[in-house]
Write a protein that binds this ligand. Structure first.
Ligand code: ZN
Ligand code: ZN
Length: 412
């Protein structure tokens, strides 16, 4: 049985301007912009929303874009796409590779903006088929975890209609044309922590007159590995990764400090608090053991919340996707250790659905070593890789996924 939302979605997306959307996507890919500097991207998105008949505002929460289409009685549905790129040097060799040195759309947010644009245009063109209000959000600074909170703080829901439901989708590795839905916890929380170890500097030939912070930092990195393995229950997913260790300037100088930057992934508040307490305790203990002249500084930095889909909403969207794309294209991967700041747009407990659209090019998928899905999945370039290159064949399906999801929530 095909629902009317699925039927209407296929209808509204039967005749998309594919050439124009591909050009739009390639242009965004060529001109990536870092978090909170998405000026060009925002202007391109706003221009198309305005042309499609949306009341459009720019500069919301920095570089955010909001388009509103009021189309009679019915629910307010918010569609979100993030816009920022990453400090990664592109190595895809694509003809439309980044022209900005050291910056790349390595997470597919260029694809998200294109999906959002195509969906907003199709829903505006087909407005006789639904009623309600659409709020289309181009969000800045997802990668730094700042953008959603900045938009809310800038009066997103005072200046524009407050949604009844929010929808967002993300490009992911995997053979094109799969829709990953998890009706509950889908992404983990992330927390950055910085540690400064204070030693006493001096000549490399006279360790007896110093306290070496490099050796203490090395012990600390090793000891921190026991937080997940020895202090967190096996049933609680958790990751602790030390991504940066820094100290010293030259072979024969013992520096006076060393710095460690680490990142936590957790799925519950209690586990997060327990890990942060363990990090503080271990840092203080290692520094005391080494005889450091001062206690270490432990600073909790940027964080991302958990992403928990409203199960009723997510099941409804996944059902419409099954009708549009076929039941075999829907999978439930369960919770991942990745993170998103999208839930901060759902302030006050608004229900939302967030899903993944697989987008590895057929060539990359075929070339990946391995025989089964999991082996190939591990081998293809993932988000944030300099080789991440979502295929343009996912443009139309991604737009269809967004349009059908919106129609499932809107009135008819
Ligand atoms: Zn990313
Ligand atoms: Zn992303």
């Amino acid at each position: 049985m095909t629902s009317s939302a699925a039927r209407v979605a296929l209808d509204l997306t039967a005749d998309l301007p594919v050439g124009s959307l591909e050009d739009f996507y390639r242009d965004l890919h060529r001109h990536p912009e870092l978090s909170l500097r998405e000026h060009r991207t925002a202007a391109k998105l706003a221009g198309r929303l305005r042309a499609a008949g949306y009341e459009t505002a720019e500069g919301v929460g920095g570089t955010g874009v909001v388009g509103v289409l009021r189309n009679g009685d019915g629910p307010v549905v918010l569609l979100r796409g993030d816009m920022d790129a990453l400090p990664v040097t592109e190595e895809t060799g694509l003809p439309y590779a980044s022209e900005t040195p050291g910056v790349m759309h390595a997470c597919g947010h260029d694809l998200h903006v294109t999906w959002l644009t195509g969906a907003a245009e199709a829903l505006a063109a087909g407005r006789e088929a639904w009623s309600g209000t659409l709020v289309v959000v181009g969000q800045p600074a997802e990668e730094t975890g700042e953008g959603a909170a900045l938009m809310v703080a800038d009066g997103l829901y005072r200046r524009f209609p407050r949604p009844h439901v929010l929808l967002a989708q993300h490009a992911a590795p995997g053979p094109t044309g799969m829709y990953a839905h998890t009706p509950g916890l889908i992404l983990s929380a992330a927390t950055d922590v910085d540690i400064v170890v204070h030693g006493r500097g001096g000549h490399g030939s006279r360790p007896e007159s110093t306290v070496d912070p490099v050796v203490t930092a090395a012990y600390l990195v090793t000891r921190l590995q026991t937080v997940v393995s020895r202090e967190v229950a096996p049933r609680d997913p958790a990751v602790l990764t030390v991504g940066r260790i820094e100290g010293g300037t030259r072979h024969n100088i013992i520096p006076s400090e060393a710095r460690i930057s680490l990142n936590l992934r957790t799925q519950s508040h209690d586990v997060r608090e327990r890990m942060i307490a363990a990090i503080r305790r271990i840092a203080a203990g290692e520094c005391a053991a080494a005889g450091c002249p001062r206690e270490p500084e432990v600073t909790v930095g940027n964080s991302f919340p958990v992403t928990v889909n409203d199960s009723e909403t997510d099941r409804m969207i996944s059902a419409v996707h099954a009708q549009v794309f076929g039941a075999a294209t829907i999978l439930d991967p369960g919770p991942a250790m990745g993170s998103e700041d999208f839930p901060r747009l759902a302030e006050g407990g608004l229900p939302y659905s967030y899903w993944f659209v697989t987008s590895t090019s057929p060539e990359q998928w075929a070339a990946a070593p391995g025989n089964d899905l999991m082996e190939k999945f591990a081998a293809v370039p993932s988000n944030h890789s300099p080789h991440f290159a979502p295929d343009t064949v996912t443009l139309v399906p991604g737009i269809r996924a967004m349009v059908s999801g919106a129609l499932a929530c809107l009135a008819r």
